[in-house]
Design a protein around this ligand. Structure first.
Ligand code: SAM
Ligand code: SF4
Length: 327
C-alpha cells in the first residue's frame, strides 16, 4: 500500500525526474562547458534494470505517478525505448525532455514503447545563433525532430526555450508565432544559475512578466487556471493555442514543488539546487531491500528545504551543472 512521500513542509512528492546519462551531443552555453567535464564511466551509471527497480520502489511505496527522463541528452543512451517500455509497464506516466536532434530516428519507437509526453529544447530559430548557443550547427535537424514528434502523435509537443536577456530575448515573438503556426506549445523558461561557465547574472534573467507583456502586445493572452505544473499557462484570445512560462527565478514554485531527482549515477537529489545527495546506488548494489531503499528515499525527501533562494545572499550554487542534474 503506497504512502505519500512528504517533506517537513507537507509537500507530497509524485514526480520523479531521472537523468539517464550525463553525456550530451550538444554543449549549450547555459548548461555545460565546451570541454573539461569528465563523463561517468559505464559501470558508474545505473543500468536500465537498476533504474526500473528504483522507479518501481517509488511507484509502489509512494504512489509516484509521473516520471520524466532527462540528462545530459537522454537519447545518446542506446536503446532508450527499452527503458521507456519497462517504465511504462509501471502504473505511471512516462515523459522525456530532449534536445530533439535524433528524434526523426526515435520519435515513433518511443511513442510505440509507451512514452506519453515529450518536451524539446530549442532556444533560437536563427541558424547562426543556434550554433553559438549549442555549439552545434543542427537547427534544421532539431526542427525536423520536432516535426517527427508531431507526426508520431505526441500531443501537445512542448518546446522549452530558455530566455536570456541580450542573447535571445529578441526572439520571443518569433517563438510565439512558431508555436501558433506549428501547433506546438512553447514554454519560456527563466534562466537559472546552473550554467557550468558561470555567466549567469540576475539582470540577464528575463522575467515572466516581461515575456508575457511582449507577447500580449502582439498576440493578446489570458491566464489559464494554474494546476500543479511549474509553468503558468496563457491562452491566446484568438483560440490559436497556448503558451507557458516557467518563472523558476522570479516567481519560484518551490512552495508547490512535488519533484525528486535521480542522477545518472543513482544519487537522489531533493531539489534542482540541492547541495546534498542520497546514495541509492550503493544500496542497490549491496543487496539493499526495497524497504531499505524506500527508507533512504523518504529520508532524502524529508531533508528538503523550503525553497532555492536564488538571488539571496545565502544562496549556494550547486557544484553540478544542469547537464549533470537533469532539468
Ligand atoms: N538534453 C535535454 C534537453 O536539452 O532538453 C535534456 C536535459 S536539459 C539539462 C533539460 C532542460 O534544462 C532543457 O530544457 C534546458 O533548456 C534546460 N536548462 C539547461 N540549463 C538551464 C539553465 N541554466 N536555466 C534554465 N534551464 C536550463
Ligand atoms: Fe545538452 Fe540539453 Fe544541456 Fe543542451 S541543455 S547541453 S542539449 S543537456
Amino acid at each position: 500500500m503506497a504512502r505519500p512521500l512528504v517533506d517537513t513542509f507537507g509537500r507530497v512528492h509524485k514526480d520523479l525526474r531521472i537523468s539517464v546519462t550525463d553525456r550530451c551531443n550538444f554543449r549549450c552555453t547555459y548548461c555545460m562547458p565546451e570541454e573539461g567535464l569528465e563523463w561517468l564511466s559505464r559501470d558508474e551509471i545505473l543500468s536500465f534494470e537498476e533504474i526500473e527497480r528504483l522507479a518501481r520502489v517509488m511507484v509502489d511505496h509512494f504512489g509516484v505517478n509521473s516520471i520524466r527522463l532527462t540528462g545530459g541528452e537522454p537519447l545518446v543512451r542506446a536503446n532508450l525505448d527499452e527503458l521507456v517500455r519497462l517504465l511504462a509497464a509501471l502504473d505511471t506516466d512516462v515523459a522525456m525532455t530532449t534536445n530533439g536532434s535524433t528524434l526523426r530516428r526515435h520519435a515513433q519507437g518511443l511513442k510505440d514503447a509507451g512514452l506519453k509526453r515529450i518536451n524539446i529544447s530549442l532556444d533560437s530559430l536563427d541558424r547562426d545563433r543556434f550554433l553559438e548557443l549549442t555549439r552545434r550547427d543542427e537547427l534544421d535537424t532539431v526542427l525536423d525532430g520536432i516535426q517527427a514528434a508531431v507526426e508520431a502523435g505526441f500531443d501537445p509537443v512542448k518546446i522549452n526555450c530558455v530566455v536570456m536577456r541580450g542573447i535571445n530575448d529578441d526572439e520571443i515573438i518569433d517563438f510565439a508565432r512558431f508555436g501558433r503556426d506549428n501547433g506546438v506549445r512553447v514554454r519560456f523558461i527563466e534562466w537559472m544559475p546552473l550554467d557550468a561557465d558561470q555567466t549567469w547574472s540576475n539582470d540577464r534573467v528575463m522575467s515572466q512578466q516581461e515575456i508575457v507583456d511582449q507577447i500580449n502586445e502582439v498576440f493578446p493572452l489570458e491566464p489559464v487556471q494554474r494546476g500543479h505544473e511549474p509553468a503558468q499557462r496563457f491562452r491566446y484570445l484568438d483560440g490559436q493555442g497556448q503558451v507557458g512560462v516557467i518563472a523558476s527565478v522570479t516567481q519560484a514554485f518551490c512552495g508547490n514543488c512535488d519533484r525528486v531527482r535521480l542522477t545518472a549515477e543513482g544519487q537522489l537529489r531533493n531539489c534542482l539546487f540541492a547541495v546534498d545527495e542520497f546514495d541509492l546506488r550503493t544500496l542497490l548494489r549491496t543487496g539493499g531491500s526495497d524497504d531499505e531503499i524506500a527508507a533512504e528515499i523518504a529520508r532524502g525527501v524529508s531533508a528538503k528545504w523550503a525553497g532555492h533562494q536564488i538571488g539571496q545572499v545565502h544562496f549556494i550554487r550547486p557544484h553540478r551543472s544542469m547537464s549533470q542534474i537533469g532539468g
